[in-house]
Ligand binder design. Sequence first.
Ligand SMILES: [Zn+2]
Length: 499
Amino acid sequence: MLDRRLLLPASRAAPVPLRSSRSCRRTTCSASGSLSRPGRDPCPMIIMFAKEKSAKKFNLEKFEPMVEVTPRLSAKLPVHAGRDKNNLWDHKTFARGFLKFITSNAPDDVKSTPAPVVAVEEPDDANQNVREQGDSITLLEERNKSYSDSRRKVIFGGTPTIDGFSRIAQAYESSDQRRYLVPCPDCGEEHELAWDNVTWSENAEAPHEVFGLATPASARYACPFCGSLWDDTARFRAVRRGRWVATAAFHGVAGFRLNELVSPFPGSRLAELVKKRLVAEKALRAGDDTKMRSFVNNPADATDKAKVTVKRRRLTFEEFQAIYEKAPQVALWLQNAMLLALVSGQDRSTIARWERSFQQDGHAVLTRGKTGVRIAIPLELRMDVLGMSLADVIARCRSTGIVSKYLVHHIRPNVNAPKGAAIKIKTFTSKFKEARDLAGITGDDAPTFHEMRSLTKRLYMEQGGVDTKALLGHMTDAIADLYANSRGLEPLKVKISKR
Ligand SMILES: [Zn+2]
C-alpha cells in the first residue's frame, strides 16, 4: 500500500480533504488516516462509502489484507476470527472503540451513530439527498460536531470529478492546499511530480499496433531542473524523501493532494503509465475520449499548476449602489442585470439565459448554465436592503417595452445585437467594469460582476431565513449535478422561511 508517511502529517484539524488521482488507492488514503488509530488512539470511527458494494469491496480487498500484515492492528482487530456481533464485515469492535462502514444512501446509518472520527470516501459520489433528509455528508458531519475540536476529525478522500464542481476539489481549495514536493537525487531541487516530465524513447524495431515505435519499458522520469533521468527505483526512493508544503494559509483545514506518480504500486510503474497513455491516445484518435478522460483525471492531474489568482476586494452594498447609479450611462439593460444578479444570486451564464417563461407555481425555475442543474427560486424571495423581491425585479425586467424572450436583453440595438437580443456573458463583465470605473471604483483588485454573488450571500446571511447554499449552489453544485443526473426531474428547491 501507499507509504503511510505521505498521508499522516499528524494534523488533527477537520476536515482533511485528501485529493488524489484515481489509481493512487484513494480508499487506502483516506481510510488510513483513521486506520492507525485502533492501535494508537482508539475511538469510534465511521467510514462512509457511496454504495454498499464499494464498502464491501474495500473491506475485502484492502482493509482486511492490510490489517493482516500489520501486527499492531491484527492484534486488536480479529478480522479473520469467526464472525460474531463484534466482528461483522461492516462493524468491527476493539478496545475503547469500533470501526463502522456505512453507506451514503441509508439514512439510519448516516444519522445513527456519532463518532469523533469520520471519513468520507469519494465525496463526489456520496448521496446528496438521503431520502429527502439532506446531504449525507452534512448529516455525517453533524454527528461529529458534539466532539471537541481537538478530538474530532473529518476526512475526505477522493478523486475530483468535474473541475470546478467537485466537492473534493472545493474542499481542497478551502484548505491549506499542501503539495507533496519530491527532491531530485541528483540536484536536490524539489518539485511536485508531473506527467509532463515522463519521457520514453521511440526505437522499437517494428511498430506495435497500439504503442507505435514507443518502447514503454524505456520510460523514465526527467528532473525538470537538471534533466537527470529517474527509473522507478530512483523515483520511489525520491518519493520517500519528499515533504508536504502548504501553499495557502491554514484556517483549520489541512488538505493534501497526490497523483499517481508518487504511487509505488506495480500498476503505477512508469512503463505501465506510458502504456495506459498510449492506449488512451489511440482510443482518442478513434473518437473515444473516455480513456483519455480518466487519464486526464489521473497522472496528468499533477500538471494542473497552482493558479495565481488576484484576490479581489469584496463588493460592498454601497459600491453596488454607486455602480448602479452609473449603469444607465453605460447600457440601458445593466441595472436590470445587476438587480437580477443581486436578488437571485445566479451567475452570469444563468442570468444571460433567463427567459420570461421560466416561471411556474410561484417559482422561477432555472437551469444553471455551468452544470445543467435545475433550481426553483420562490418569486417572493425578497432582499430587504434593496426593498425588492424577485417578483419585483422580474416585473421590472419585463417592462422595457421591448419584445424579447430574455429577461435581460438589449434595449437599444447596436452593430452586434438587435433590440431584444440576449446579452453575452463577457458583456456583463465589461459593461459592469465601465460603470464601476465611472463610479470611481478602480484598481487591479476592484470587484467584478461576478462578485455580486458573494454580496448576495452576505446580504441574505445578514437578513436570515434564506437557504443561500441552495440558492448560490456553492458547495452543492457537484452534488446537485449528480442529483439532477440520477433523478432528472425535480428541480432543487431553494427554501425561504416565511416572515
Ligand atoms: Zn535534478
